[in-house]
Write a protein that binds this ligand. Structure first.
Ligand SMILES: Cc1cc2nc3c(=O)[nH]c(=O)nc-3n(C[C@H](O)[C@H](O)[C@H](O)COP(=O)(O)OP(=O)(O)OC[C@H]3O[C@@H](n4cnc5c(N)ncnc54)[C@H](O)[C@@H]3O)c2cc1C
Length: 483
């Protein structure tokens, strides 16, 4: 099969309807615009990797449907090994760009969830969603498309249910069911790298009951569909020279206004009883693999810290133990994720899902420990690598003031001042710029992860076992709550 190239990908993006809004205008050419080019460059990297046979083991796999060799991110994750390749692919991408590769991650994970959920809906309700999903997968694998996922609704007041909000649009919902498709409205927010996708899969962001069945909807939509507008969020890039990094990830709001979704692209429509399974299966795989993202990002932060130490004139050996601290955290979340995969289970539809308790534990430790990694990076780099301590590129290259400033940016006398400035900006970028990944809420909030672990911890069973070991014959009950 012929795989899409970066040039073909860019041509696809340029041919799309101009529906990405940023800085008060719709972006004309998202490939070159200063607000989007680093995002597109980031997502282009996987197309480069696909062209290099050295990466075939990770990037390519046999199609579940056609048996052809296709891009791995369009194949079914049918075993622990397949899930581990999901983690490896993400880590490889992070090693190249240090930022989120949602175009080969979130959509992939989501169609794997819909694989089993559509199978179950069809069995129970006599629908044909699973066949539709398979036909769609066959289409995107032929085109090597980039596909993202949108779960997170705008939600509104967090203490209220979707049906109690000021507007039903706070959560994406079905407005009309027609014989040829459905009409949807509402907003999904914070959708990673959405402007860079060919298509986006939308799934329910939570479990719904029958009285809110209109919110239980899953479908795929072209990124430039009529009735869909993207508003790209701010990334602290977009300046010039070495102030700007080559790669960025950037989330978007997706605003659906009476957007028509043809029947063949609809995978759930009001089957509310299955919405909970969508979330639990999505989070199991995604949270098992999120350690790979943090681990890949951390490895490059270790590299950046070593560069900064050397640019300051110090041997990186002086910081060896700090690198070990960073790597041990990185290994912990990567390895715990792989463990969750190995402890996973196969669904009768053929899809494979990681062990939820281990996966959610992993998400929690990713969220909790990432700040520590960034702290160590900035600790090693010095003040110049921390927030706002290095004059900007424009001033450093000013014909009059530039040389005067750069005289004092100089560190290691064997290196240029510009090299030290670049290393410092990179460390700062990891600390507070686009290189600082959203590992707290990305993939779901840590408190949600704790709820799963709490639910899956059988305290009574453990108490009984402890009691048996201690030879206690009396039943030790929880004291009744005090009045
Ligand atoms: C950079 C980035 C990329 C992302 N990419 C994607 C993506 O590609 N696709 C996607 O679908 N989503 C994406 N997300 C969204 C992400 O999944 C959400 O941020 C996450 O699920 C948390 O939702 P929220 O931001 O609305 O936080 P909130 O729901 O507002 O939560 C804030 C805090 O309040 C707590 N809380 C919320 N509700 C309650 C309640 N009822 N009672 C008590 N406590 C509560 C939470 O536990 C949390 O501590 C991304 C987020 C980020 C930051």
């Amino acid at each position: 099969m012929k795989f899409r190239t970066r040039e073909e990908y860019h041509a696809d993006l340029r041919a799309m309807r101009k529906n990405v809004f940023k800085n008060g205008r719709f972006i004309e050419d998202i490939v070159t615009d200063s607000d989007t080019r680093a995002l597109i460059e980031n997502e282009s990297v996987t197309y480069d990797l696909l062209q290099d046979p050295q990466n075939d083991g990770i990037l390519k796999a046999k199609s579940t449907l056609s048996g052809e060799t296709v891009a791995r991110w369009h194949t079914l994750m049918a075993s622990a090994e397949d899930l581990m390749m999901y983690a490896k692919l993400k880590k490889l991408h992070f090693h190249k760009t240090a930022v989120c590769c949602a175009g080969v991650c979130t959509g992939w994970s989501t169609f794997n969830v819909l694989w089993s959920v559509t199978y179950e809906i069809d069995e129970k309700c006599g629908t044909d969603y699973h066949k539709r999903l398979q036909a769609w997968v066959r289409g995107v694998e032929r085109k090597t498309y980039k596909v993202g996922a949108a779960l997170t609704d705008a939600k509104g007041d967090r203490s209220k249910k979707a049906s109690q909000q000021l507007s039903p649009d706070f959560n994406v919902h079905v407005k009309e069911i027609r014989s040829d498709g459905i009409v949807v409205s509402g907003a999904k927010t914070m959708i990673a790298n959405a402007a860079a996708f060919h298509e986006i899969i939308c799934i329910p962001g939570t479990a719904y009951k029958e009285n809110e069945k209109e919110f239980a909807v899953a479908f795929v939509v072209p990124r430039d569909a009529e009735g869909l507008t993207l508003v790209q969020a701010e990334v602290s890039e977009g300046r010039e020279g070495w102030d700007t990094m080559k790669y960025a990830s950037a989330a978007s709001y997706l605003i659906f206004e009476d957007c028509f979704i043809p029947k063949e692209n609809v995978f759930m429509c009001e089957e509310w009883a299955f919405s909970g399974s969508v979330i639990s299966r999505f989070t199991a795989n995604y949270r098992a693999a999120i350690g790979a993202c943090m681990s890949g990002n951390t490895d490059i932060m270790v590299g950046a810290s070593a560069l900064m130490a050397r640019a300051n004139g110090l041997s990186s050996n002086a910081f060896r133990e700090k690198f070990v601290d960073m790597e041990m955290i990185s290994n912990m979340v990567y390895g715990l994720g792989l463990g969750a995969m190995l402890a996973g289970e196969k669904h009768q539809s053929g899809a494979f899902y990681a062990d939820p308790t281990l996966a959610h534990t992993n998400k929690y430790y990713v969220a909790k420990n990432y700040a520590e990694i960034r702290r160590i990076c900035q600790d090693i780099g010095g003040g110049i690598a921390e927030t706002g301590c290095l004059p900007n590129y424009k001033d450093c290259t000013d014909p009059v003031m530039g040389p005067k400033i750069m005289k004092y940016v100089q560190g290691n006398s064997d290196l240029s001042a510009e090299t030290r400035a670049r290393a410092a900006r990179l460390c700062e970028w990891f600390g507070r710029g686009g290189g600082a990944m959203a590992f707290i809420h990305g993939g779901g909030s840590p408190d949600g992860a704790r709820v799963v672990v709490r639910m899956n911890t059988p305290i009574e069973k453990y108490a009984q076992a402890a009691s048996d070991i201690a030879g206690i014959t009396e039943k030790i009950e929880d004291p009744a709550p005090k009045k």
